[in-house]
Design a protein around this ligand. Structure first.
Ligand code: G4P
Length: 529
């Protein structure tokens, strides 16, 4: 039986994210993946090196100044027979919540390691997020053109620290100044690395005399020895094990020198999974929603405000899970919000375009005025609900006030808008008119201040507040909740969705309250629905 056209379309989608520690080369790799796929003509079109470090995935001034990518987005490009959706995740740890949500929209991941540094703290954190859903991971060991650790050591480290089966698909010949190319372990062909030239050289057999120009006898011997040493030390590649998240095939290269990038892209379209079924609630039942299923459905994993300063709207990044989406369709949430999606956006390397059709695996940006929230599910029937995306309790709380006291109302609006993106949270104490911003890290507070200044033309002051911990509170019994809230009026607040939050001076105070009020649950995460 042949697939329905939209089943076939879903099957050629590859939706993935790159995970890495800052500085491992994610931006450079992104840029050169786009270049290798022909999605940009000059790698420098994505990032003009030197003068600034803006990439098409970096929107904000603070990112350019700091050279970090903090807001995530998506880039769609075609390669071979596939439509590839690359979800950009912020590398900085202060934005791990955003990254977590973005990873829920990815079907697989590419883990980039710096060949000199191996597994770094943020790699480990992000890997653990991938493991929660057993996302298949391809590993790319970058910066081989710099002095690297022994490949065997790096592979051992990946296997031990991540408890993964590792399978080298290639083996590097030397590193740093001696880096001479890569041996493909499946085809037995060697791709030479020509120093000082970006043009690729065709792969050849190790005994090809033409190789002498690129590979010294000494490095060749080392290569042959270490492949022999590695032989038998690693399992055979097993697609199923990779798809189940237990095995990672490993590739080597230099993103900066565009070396090994096409091979990685080939592996991605050949091995990485197309969208698969997703569990959803349908009223009282759980259903598996198939990518080829007829009903159009998806969920919002990110909301970005003010992408276009001329239009103060919000883009809800929606990962489609089934059906054939058509522009102008009416989609509904289970809470009964309905919207006609007349200008859905698709994001390409340099442009965004109105999408006429989209399929499972694709990410469409739905412009809206605050109707859609992170975690909302959308479907034609309005009856499907994908698992909610969690909100995490912030680790930093700051009182916000405008420099100009007349601007409090404006500031509240700005903070509410930014909180709807789900990156920071705004708590409104039950008593008084204070605004308390919750964030995971200090950088988020700085980014918020910067965005309020540029996007809302307001100067904001964030100052310490008496609280350091926020916990959502719930109870089986409404009366218990009310009685707790009543006795702690001064410390009660609401989050952006109106859920009750207890603000405490310390975690000790939370423990104390928990002992006194055993019927109340104090939680550090809340599922957004
Ligand atoms: P990130 O997004 O993971 O944070 O890393 P990014 O791509 O920005 O790369 C971090 C630094 O590592 C950059 O250098 C980049 O040029 C360099 N880099 C990335 N891939 C490679 C590689 O394969 N080989 C070598 N030698 N370097 C690589 P920088 O000095 O911080 O910035 P720039 O001035 O070069 O742009």
């Amino acid at each position: 039986m042949t697939d329905l056209p939209f089943e076939a379309e879903a099957k050629r989608r590859r939706t993935f994210a790159i995970i890495s520690h800052p500085d491992a080369g994610k931006t450079t790799l992104t840029e050169n993946l786009l270049f290798a796929a022909g999605a940009v003509r000059l790698a420098g079109q994505v990032r003009a090196r030197g003068e600034n470090r803006r990439t098409s995935s970096d929107w904000m001034k603070i990112e350019r100044e700091r050279g970090i990518s903090v807001s995530s987005s998506v880039m769609t490009f075609e390669y071979r027979d596939c439509m590839v959706n690359l979800l950009d995740t912020p590398g900085h740890e202060d934005f791990s919540e955003d990254t977590y949500r973005t990873l829920t929209a990815a079907d697989s991941a590419v883990m980039v390691l710096d060949a000199a540094k191996g597994i770094e703290p943020q790699t480990l954190k992000l890997f653990e997020v991938c493991r929660l859903r057993d996302i298949p991971i391809l590993t790319f060991i970058n910066k081989m053109d710099r002095e690297a650790q022994d490949p065997l050591e790096i592979l051992d480290e990946v296997a031990n620290k991540l408890a993964l089966d590792v399978v080298p698909m290639q083996w590097p010949a030397g590193s740093g100044a001696r880096f001479s190319g890569i041996q493909n372990l499946t085809s037995d062909l060697f791709t030479p690395f020509a120093k000082g030239q970006d043009e690729p050289i065709a792969p050849m057999k190790l005994d090809d005399p033409a190789l002498e120009a690129y590979l010294s006898d000494e490095v060749r011997e080392e290569l042959v020895d270490s492949i022999e040493l590695a032989d038998g030390g690693f399992p055979e590649f097993a697609l199923q094990s990779y798809l189940e998240g237990h095995m990672t095939p490993v590739y080597f290269g230099s993103a900066l020198r565009k070396f090994g990038v096409t091979e990685l892209l080939d592996a991605l379209v050949e091995l990485a999974p197309a969208p698969s079924e997703v569990k959803a609630d349908l009223g009282a039942n759980e259903v598996l929603q198939q990518p080829g299923g007829k009903e159009v459905s998806g969920f919002v994993f990110k909301v970005q405000a003010n992408m276009d300063p001329n239009h103060r709207d919000r883009i809800a990044f929606t990962r489609l899970c089934s059906g054939q989406f058509r522009r102008g369709m009416k989609l509904r949430t289970i809470a009964g919000k309905a919207m006609t999606v007349s200008s859905p956006l698709m994001f390409f390397a340099q442009d965004r375009e109105i999408a006429d059709t989209a399929y499972a695996g694709d990410v469409i940006g739905i412009p809206n005025h605050g109707v859609l929230r992170v975690g909302d599910s959308l479907s034609e029937s309005g009856k499907l609900q994908y698992p909610g995306l969690p909100n995490f309790a912030p680790e930093l709380l700051r009182r916000a006030r405008p420099k100009d006291p007349m601007k409090a109302k404006h500031l509240r609006k700005a903070l509410e808008s930014l909180a709807e993106e789900g990156v920071t949270q705004l708590f409104k104490p039950m008593i008084g008119a204070e605004m308390i911003l919750g964030a995971v890290g200090a950088l988020q507070i700085e980014v918020t201040a910067e965005r309020i200044a540029t996007e809302y033309k307001l100067d904001v002051i964030f100052e310490p507040c008496p609280y350091s911990v926020a916990r959502w509170i719930t109870a089986k019994d409404d009366a218990a909740l009310e009685s707790f809230a009543d006795r702690h009026k001064m410390q009660m607040a609401e989050d952006g969705d109106g859920a009750p939050v207890f603000l405490a001076k310390s975690s000790w105070e939370i423990n104390y309250a928990q002992e006194k009020f055993p019927d109340i649950s104090f939680t550090a995460t809340r599922e957004r629905r």
